[in-house]
Design a protein around this ligand. Structure first.
Ligand code: HEM
Length: 548
C-alpha cells in the first residue's frame, strides 16, 4: 500500500478516534440526561453528569464491588482502553490492585479467579444461562441471521449441534491429510526462501506465513478451496478484509456501548470501506453457496454439518454463510496468533527451544513421520503450547455475559441485575487472570516446566481455560491443538531457527489487543490504520537443521 494511501488512512484513523471520543462524551451526557428522568430539570447537563457519576460510584447496586472511582462512575475509561488496544494491560493493573473481582464500568465486573469460569460460563443446575451481551456481535440489522457467536442461546444450541460432527475426533482424523498437505506447502515455501545450511541473509516473517497457513486450511475445509495464500505468498482479498475484523469488532463494540452512536458511526465510515464490508459478505455468501450446491462429500467442515442440517432442516442459507465466515475467522486468526506467540516464546528462551527441539528430533527419524496422529504424545511440546496459551492467550479479554434477570451468585457473592435499562455484564479476562500471582507463580515468565511437574500450591491450573468452558467452549479446541502440535513439530524438526535480530525481544503483552491480537499482515491492513503496538512481525532467520 503506498504512502499516500497510508497517510489517508492515518488521517481517517485520527478523525475516527476524534469522532468516537467526542461522540462518546456527548452521548454520555445525553444518556445521563435521559437516564435520570426523576431528577428535577433545574439541573444543567454537567450537573446531571456529576450526579450520574455519584449515583454510579456510591449508590448503584454494584457499588460495593471494588474498582477505580472514574471507572465505576462512568463507562468511558473502559471504552477508551478498548479503543486504544491496551484494555488487557489496564485490566491486569486493576486486578493487581483491587483483587480477583473488579468493577470496570458502572455495570460491569471483571473476574480473574477460577470459580468464575463455572459460575459465568458453565451450566449450573437451577441457574439460568448467562447470555453473551449484545455489544460485541450485534446484528447489523434485525433481519441478519443469528450465529454461533451471537447472543441467542436457542440459535446457538441448534447451530452447535449442526457443526458438532465437523469437529469430532473422527472428522479430525479424516481432515488430517488435508491439513498436513498445507503444512507441506508451508515447509517448501520456507525452504525455497533459505539457502543451504547457512543462516540465510534473507529472513522470513513467520507471523505472516502462519496467517497464510491457517486461512488456507480454513478456506479448504469450509469453501472447498484454499485462498491460495501459501502458493502466492500473498493474502487473498477475503483474508485481507477478514484481518480487519478483529480491530473493527472491538471498535464497533465500544461504540455499541453507547447505543445511538452505532447508527451515527455507520454514516461517518467512508463509502469505499462500507462497500468492502458488503463485498466481503457477498463473497462469503457466494463461496458457501457454491460449496453447498456442489453436493460433493469430502473431508471438511461442511460435509458432516450438511448431512445433519439437511436431515433436520436446521440451518438457513444466511446462517450457513455467517457461520462459515465466523468459523474461519475464529479458527484461523486465533491459531495463527498462538503459533506466532509460541514460536516467539521459544526463540526468546533458548533453553526451552533446545529442549523441545531435542524432544521432536529424537521422536522421529524422518519428516514424513510427523503427522497429526503421531504428535499427540510429546510432553514438552504440549507444555510449551500450554504455557504460551497461558501467558499470551489468543482470546485475551472475555466477551462479557449478561447476569440473568433477578441476579445470581458468582464466586460465592451476589451479583444483582442492573436497575435501569442497562444490564449487568460480567467477564472472565484471561490475560489478567493468567498473569496474577495468586493464580500462577512467576506469572510473567515463560516456564513450560510448570506443566510437567505441577505443584498445586504453586499454580492454579483450573483458572487456565484458553478455550473457555461450558456451552460456548471452543468448537475447534481439538483441531487447534492438533494444528499447533503438528506445525511446530514439522518446523522444529526441519529448521534451525533464531530471531533475525537478537535484540527483538519483548513481552507479548506489550502489543495491543482488540478482541484478538490484531493481524500479522501489517502492510495489508485496509480498514483501520495499524498502530505500532499492534501485533508485530516475527522475523526469523532459518537454516536447514544441522545434523550433529
Ligand atoms: C488456539 C486456538 C483457539 C483458541 C485459543 C480459541 C478460543 C476460543 C474461545 C475462548 C472461545 C469462546 C468465545 C466466547 O464464547 O466468548 C471460542 C469459541 C469458538 N471457537 Fe475457538 N479458539 C481457537 C481455535 C478455534 C478453531 C481452530 C476453530 C474452528 C475452526 C474455532 C472456532 C470457534 C467457534 C465456532 C466458537 C464459538 C463456540 C460457541 O459459542 O459455542 N476456534 N474459541
Amino acid at each position: 500500500m503506498s504512502n499516500v494511501i497510508l497517510d489517508a488512512f492515518s488521517r481517517w484513523n485520527v478523525v475516527s478516534q476524534g469522532i468516537l471520543l467526542a461522540g462518546v462524551t456527548l452521548l454520555s451526557l445525553l444518556t445521563v440526561s435521559a437516564g435520570i428522568k426523576a431528577v428535577p430539570t433545574q439541573y444543567s447537563p454537567h450537573q446531571l453528569g456529576v450526579l450520574y457519576g455519584i449515583y454510579n460510584a456510591f449508590i448503584h447496586p454494584l457499588h460495593r464491588y471494588p474498582g477505580p472511582l472514574l471507572w465505576t462512575a462512568y463507562r468511558f475509561p473502559y471504552v477508551v482502553a478498548i479503543h486504544s488496544g491496551d484494555i488487557h494491560r489496564r485490566l491486569k493493573t486493576l486486578h493487581d490492585k483491587y483483587g480477583p473481582v473488579v468493577r470496570v464500568a458502572p455495570n460491569e465486573l471483571s473476574y480473574a479467579n477460577a470459580s468464575a469460569w463455572r459460575d459465568i460460563y458453565g451450566n449450573r443446575p437451577g441457574h439460568q444461562p448467562f447470555e453473551r451481551n449484545r455489544t460485541w456481535f450485534k446484528k447489523m440489522s434485525p433481519d441478519d441471521p443469528h450465529s454461533l457467536m451471537g447472543y441467542s442461546e436457542e440459535a446457538h444450541a441448534r447451530q452447535k449441534r449442526v457443526f458438532a460432527n465437523s469437529f469430532s475426533e473422527k472428522s479430525l482424523r479424516d481432515q488430517s491429510p488435508v491439513i498436513e498437505s498445507y503444512l507441506d506447502s508451508l515447509i517448501s515455501q520456507l525452504r525455497a526462501r533459505i539457502s543451504g545450511q547457512r543462516w540465510a541473509d534473507k529472513t522470513v516473517d513467520l507471523s505472516q506465513w502462519f496467517v497464510f497457513l491457517m486461512f488456507d486450511i480454513s478456506g479448504d475445509l469450509s469453501f472447498g478451496e484454499s485462498f491460495g495464500c501459501l502458493s502466492t505468498g500473498k493474502a487473498h482479498p477475503w483474508v485481507e478484509i477478514a484481518q480487519d475484523f478483529g480491530k473493527g469488532l472491538s471498535l464497533i463494540a465500544s461504540v455499541n456501548l453507547y447505543q445511538p452512536l452505532d447508527k451515527l458511526l455507520r454514516h461517518v465510515i467512508p463509502k469505499r470501506i462500507r462497500q468492502r464490508q458488503i463485498a466481503h459478505r457477498e463473497m462469503s455468501a457466494a463461496m458457501v453457496k457454491k460449496r453447498l450446491s456442489s453436493n460433493i462429500e469430502r473431508p471438511d467442515w461442511v460435509t458432516p454439518a450438511k448431512k445433519y442440517a439437511d436431515s433436520k432442516n436446521a440451518l438457513s442459507e444466511g446462517e450457513w454463510a455467517i457461520n462459515m465466515t465466523i468459523i474461519i475467522f475464529a479458527g484461523a486468526e486465533t491459531t495463527a496468533s498462538a503459533l506466532c506467540a509460541i514460536t516467539r516464546h521459544l526463540l526468546q528462551n533458548r533453553g526451552a527451544l533446545h529442549r523441545v527441539t531435542e524432544e521432536i528430533r529424537s521422536a522421529y527419524a524422518t519428516e514424513s513421520e510427523i503427522k497429526i496422529a503421531s504428535t499427540g504424545n510429546l510432553p514438552y511440546l504440549n507444555a510449551v503450547i500450554n504455557e504460551s496459551l497461558r501467558i499470551a492467550p489468543p482470546s485475551a479479554i472475555g466477551v462479557p455475559r449478561v447476569v440473568p434477570k433477578g441476579g445470581d451468585t458468582i464466586c460465592g457473592r451476589w451479583v444483582p441485575e442492573a436497575l435501569t435499562k442497562s444490564q449487568t455484564y460480567v467477564a472472565y479476562n484471561q490475560y489478567s487472570a493468567n498473569r496474577q500471582e495468586r493464580n500462577f507463580h512467576h506469572p510473567n515468565s515463560f516456564l513450560p516446566e510448570r506443566f510437567l511437574d505441577p505443584k498445586s500450591e504453586d499454580d492454579n491450573f483450573s483458572s487456565l481455560q484458553p478455550f473457555q468452558t461450558g456451552r460456548h467452549v471452543c468448537i475447534g479446541m481439538k483441531l487447534a491443538y492438533a494444528e499447533l502440535r503438528v506445525t511446530l513439530a514439522r518446523l522444529l524438526f526441519t529448521f534451525d531457527m533464531r530471531l533475525a535480530d537478537e535484540n527483538d525481544r519483548w513481552d507479548w503483552g506489550e502489543q495491543n489487543t482488540y478482541i484478538l491480537w490484531v493481524s500479522g499482515l501489517r502492510k495489508t491492513i485496509t480498514l483501520l490504520l495499524i498502530s505500532e503496538k499492534d501485533k508485530r512481525p516475527l522475523n526469523v532467520a532459518l537454516r536447514r537443521r544441522s545434523l550433529h
